[in-house]
Write a protein that binds this ligand. Structure first.
Ligand code: MN
Length: 319
């Protein structure tokens, strides 16, 4: 654990007047990155942790003024599901299946890539707003990762009141509520609207979990989790203690530890460099695997994966 700053200690004290602060939780701070013009904090994967259940990627987008700069042009995916969850703003999703779907806070866009899909996520225009949300990826298991692409939008999701919080279940089951969203592995995703004070949440001991502090610090089992960071909780716990000193949103993700070793590069989740290189070649060649998207933006191109640059000159695209 890195040493805490005095500001952190003060925040901990404010939030935990009646909680011990001796427990330690693995805190993943993440790093800043950009997706096009969109500033993000990437908290998964990190050097020390590749997956939490089947969750293999967590980008915290904004908050940032929305506009053309925050649009993400057409790009491909394989072997994963994208989960888009907004707190503020709106995003227009278009994909190679022909889907066109505006998403707003409280709604879920779930795209399954399988063998291949292409999508764009654009600023819908209109009155300027802030954009604040999460994009997460779920690694698909062997049974479906080479299968068909699919897209789901859920405008309504189950909500359940638990001790100290209201939970919205994006995917999976939590506190006797079940999301209707597709699920290829045993995992869960829940937005928590935490009320000031403490809360105690039921966990599945078969799951590992990550808690993302979305818009304020959260004390997790006695340890301070700064805004934007993720607390990792290993399998075995049946309860999670949280504390906040003002209304705070958090996202809880979890699942049975993913049994297969994933390899990720760019927008692809696979099991080997060969599969990743093949996906890059197919995208660069505009192969049928990645059909076009009805977007006014030009598709995103990248150079060859680093391990294949002896065979494919850097920047080489269509043969
Ligand atoms: Mn994407």
């Amino acid at each position: 654990m890195p040493e805490r700053t005095s500001a952190d200690r003060a925040a901990t004290h404010r939030a935990t007047t009646d909680q011990a602060t001796t427990a330690t939780v693995e805190v993943i701070e993440g790093r800043t990155a950009r997706v096009g013009g969109l500033p993000v904090r990437r908290v998964l994967p990190t050097r020390g942790r590749r997956t939490i259940g089947a969750w293999c990627f967590v980008d915290h987008m904004g908050p940032t003024p929305a506009g053309p700069d925050t649009s993400v042009a057409p790009h491909p995916h394989i072997g994963l599901q994208t989960v888009t969850w907004l707190f503020e703003g709106a995003v227009l999703h278009r994909d190679s299946l022909g889907s066109e779907q505006l998403i707003r806070p409280g709604q879920l866009n779930l795209m399954t890539a399988g063998h291949g899909v292409v999508h764009a996520e654009e600023d819908p225009g209109g009155p300027s707003t802030e954009l604040h949300g999460l994009q997460l990826w779920v690694a698909q298991p062997a049974a479906t990762r080479d299968g068909d692409a699919a897209f789901e939008h859920h405008a309504e999701l189950p909500r359940v009141d638990v001790d100290g919080a209201t939970a919205t279940v994006l995917v999976g089951c939590f506190a006797d509520a079940s999301s209707p969203a597709r699920r290829d592995t045993d995992h869960v995703g829940v937005e928590l609207a935490l009320r000031p004070g403490t809360s105690s949440l039921p966990l599945d001991p078969a799951y590992e979990y990550g808690l993302v502090a979305v818009d304020g610090p959260v004390v997790v089992d006695g340890s301070l989790l700064p805004t934007g960071a993720v607390a990792y909780l290993p399998v075995g716990a049946d309860e999670l203690g949280l504390a906040v000193d003002r209304p705070t949103r958090a996202l809880l993700i979890g699942g049975v530890p993913f049994a297969e070793e994933v390899r990720m590069w760019w927008n692809f989740v696979a099991r080997s460099h060969e599969e990743l290189t093949a996906a890059w070649r197919d995208w660069s060649a505009a192969a049928d695997r990645f059909p076009p998207v009805a977007s006014g933006l030009p598709r995103i191109e990248v150079g060859a994966p680093p391990w294949s640059r002896d065979a494919d000159a850097p920047g080489r695209t269509t043969p």
